[in-house]
Each structure stands twice: as C-alpha cells, then as structure tokens.
Ligand binder design. Structure first.
Ligand SMILES: [Zn+2]
Length: 368
C-alpha cells in the first residue's frame, strides 16, 4: 500500500507540494516519471484514497473526487458491471484508452466516499465485519453501500443487506419484532441500527424497490406496514430535498389506502375482548367485571382501532388485568383464551400483508 501523501504526489493532486517543486527537472527525476505516468490520462485524476490504493493494482477507478488503485480481477469477480466496463474496448467506440502508470483508468460518476465503502467491503469485508451480524451496521451506511452495490450488481452485498433488513422487518410472524418501535435505536441482537424511525421505514421501502422494483425482497411488506401508520406528509413529498426521503407516489398511495384497511383489521383483531363481554367465556363475576374494565379502558384510549393491528398491545395489556383488584380480575382461562384468539387473528392479518401492499412474493402463510 502506498501512503496517502506519496500516492497523492504520484497522481499530481497535491497542489501545495506541486507549487513548491522546482520548474526545471533533472532527467530521470521523480517528477519526470510522474509526468510519464500521467501522459495518457486526458485530465488529471482525483486524489488517491488513503488506503484503497495498492501499488500492485492494475486499474485506477477515478470517481468524482477520489481515485482507487485496485485489481481488475477483484472487480471482475464481484461485479458484472465492472467486468463490462473493463472489457469495453475504448478504441472500438472512438474513445482514447486512458492509462495511469500502466493502469487502465476507469472514470465513473460516483462520489468517492460511496465507492470507498463498497471497495472496503470487497477487500476487507470479513475483517470489517460487514458479514458478521455481531457487528451491527447503522442503516445510513448500509443504504449507502447497498445503493452502490446495486448499481454495480455486487450480488453478495445486496443479499447481505436484504438479509439484515429482513431480520428487522420479518417475513414470518414474529410478534416481538412487529411492534412499531421494537427496532428503533441501538438494540442488542439487531443487525441494523436505526437512529430515526420514519427515515428507517421509508428508507427500507426505497431500498427494497432499488434492489428490484417489480419483485422487491419480501421485507418490503413489513416495512410498508409500518409506513402505513405514519401521516401522509411524512411519507411523500413531490419535491424531496437531498436529505429527505420520500416514497414513490405509487407506494405512498398503497400505504395511505392500507392505513384504513389496517384500522378495520385492528378492530377485528381486538374484538374477541368485546365478544367475550357479550358471550362470557366463564361464569365468574370478578372476571366479567375485569373484562368490562378492560373494554372500557381500551375504548377510552382508542386502542381498539389503531393502524397497528400486529402490535403487542393486547398481549402486554391483557395480563395486567389478571393482577387487577380482586373484585375485577380476569381469570386465567379467559385471559389465555383471549390472547390465543387475538394472536391467531394477528397471524391472519400478517399473512395478508402481501395482498394489502401488493407484494407478489410475500411468503408468509397462516400458521395452524
Ligand atoms: Zn373468566
């Protein structure tokens, strides 16, 4: 590896150092050899990346603001797009074949920081922990790497990103991972960390569409389920700013429409509690009184009809009425029966997410 200052000097981007150099060069001096190295570069290439610049590299990838001296074999092995770019015969299409120090120059329009992240994974993926779930990754960084990997078709990075996101947005019924805030912030055992909820769920939907617009990874259904609980203005902006994420208009309409469907489904999921009040499951007076309190409290707090029918609300609240005052206490039989019925209805709603959000390869099936 060549150190930063040396590499930059070799490329000719170290302006300060260049300015101090004498105008007259000895034949065979360092600058003369640099000039020779730059001879076939039509315009100077940007500064060298401080690490991703191997002296035995045979191709220079020149991004907008950084250059990388890497190995064609590594690029070909992981990216069909880079393979195509390397194979493209410039002379055949009337272009001049640029070279730097006998390395082919590949000019791309990416930001250097974006490419650096992807190249770091290609070269140091194991040691940097990109494929190790014990080392969680912040969503913004995962998104940055994955978008570049999508552009250059680096499949194993895309697959890894989708697998990590699927853990957060499960495609099988895992109640404890379906709560709206169960994954926001730094959570142990979660392979992706999301600092902000809204940006996370919108970003996850956008990334799934970027991976495959028409057949996105199935986790998009769970991410859209969470989106449906956001207010419209947070989901969609006709002219989003650079740091603002917005769903496409099509996905926005799906989430907006689903919001009403989910509210109705929530009433259906929680209605066994009201049904039990009408047709008591047991003859206990205290149990009936406990049930009355539960239903009244739910109605007062509007918890019967939210857009989150899959939340753990019922399973966390119902047991508390087992510990209520002795004269108004749900019996164990009724509490367990209600929780089972509600969980079964939640499974059915979960299985239906593919239909609600029109996700063709939604794999979830109702469980017996
Ligand atoms: Zn009872």
């Amino acid at each position: 590896m060549v150190r930063r200052s040396q590499a930059q000097a070799e490329i000719g981007n170290d302006v300060a150092r260049n300015a101090k150099r004498p105008k007259v060069e000895e034949p065979g001096s360092r600058r003369t050899s640099l000039r020779r190295a730059q001879q076939r570069a039509l315009t100077p290439i940007p500064a060298a990346h401080p690490e991703l610049w191997w002296s035995d590299g045979n191709v220079v990838v020149a991004a907008v603001d950084l250059s990388f001296r890497v190995h064609a074999s590594i690029l070909r092995r992981h990216s069909s797009i880079f393979a195509e770019l390397l194979d493209k015969a410039p002379d055949a299409v009337g272009e001049v074949h640029e070279a730097f120090d006998e390395c082919q120059i590949l000019r791309v329009q990416d930001k250097g920081a974006d490419l650096a992240e992807m190249f770091s994974v290609l070269y140091d993926g194991g040691s940097r922990g990109f494929f190790d779930w014990k080392k969680p990754i912040e969503f913004g960084k995962l998104r940055q790497i994955t978008l570049v990997a999508i552009k250059y078709k680096v499949q194993h990075i895309i697959d890894e990103a989708a697998a990590r996101l699927e853990h957060v947005f499960p495609t099988s019924f895992v109640p404890e991972r379906l709560g709206v805030d169960s994954w926001v912030g730094v959570r142990p055992d979660y392979p992706v960390h999301f600092p902000h909820r809204d940006a996370a769920i919108i970003g996850a939907v956008l990334l799934a569409r970027a991976i495959d617009k028409d057949n996105p990874p199935a986790f998009i259904a769970t991410a859209m389920y969470h989106c449906a609980s956001l207010v419209s203005r947070d989901l969609y902006s006709p002219c989003p700013t650079e740091d603002q994420l917005s769903l496409t208009y099509e996905d926005f309409l799906k989430c907006d429409y689903a919001s009403g469907q989910l509210i109705r489904k929530c009433s259906w999921v929680r209605s066994p509690v009201a049904d039990a009040l009408q047709k008591p499951l047991c003859g206990g007076k205290a149990c009936r009184k406990g049930l009355q309190r539960l239903v009244c409290d739910w109605i007062r707090s509007s918890a019967f009809s939210t857009s989150q029918p899959l939340s753990l609300f019922a399973s966390t609240v119902i047991p508390t009425y087992r510990d209520a005052a002795p004269d108004a206490q749900l019996c164990k039989l009724c509490a367990v029966a209600l929780l089972e019925t509600i969980a079964q209805r939640q499974r059915e709603v979960f299985a239906d997410l593919g239909n609600i959000f029109e996700v063709p390869n939604w794999p979830a099936q109702p469980q017996a």
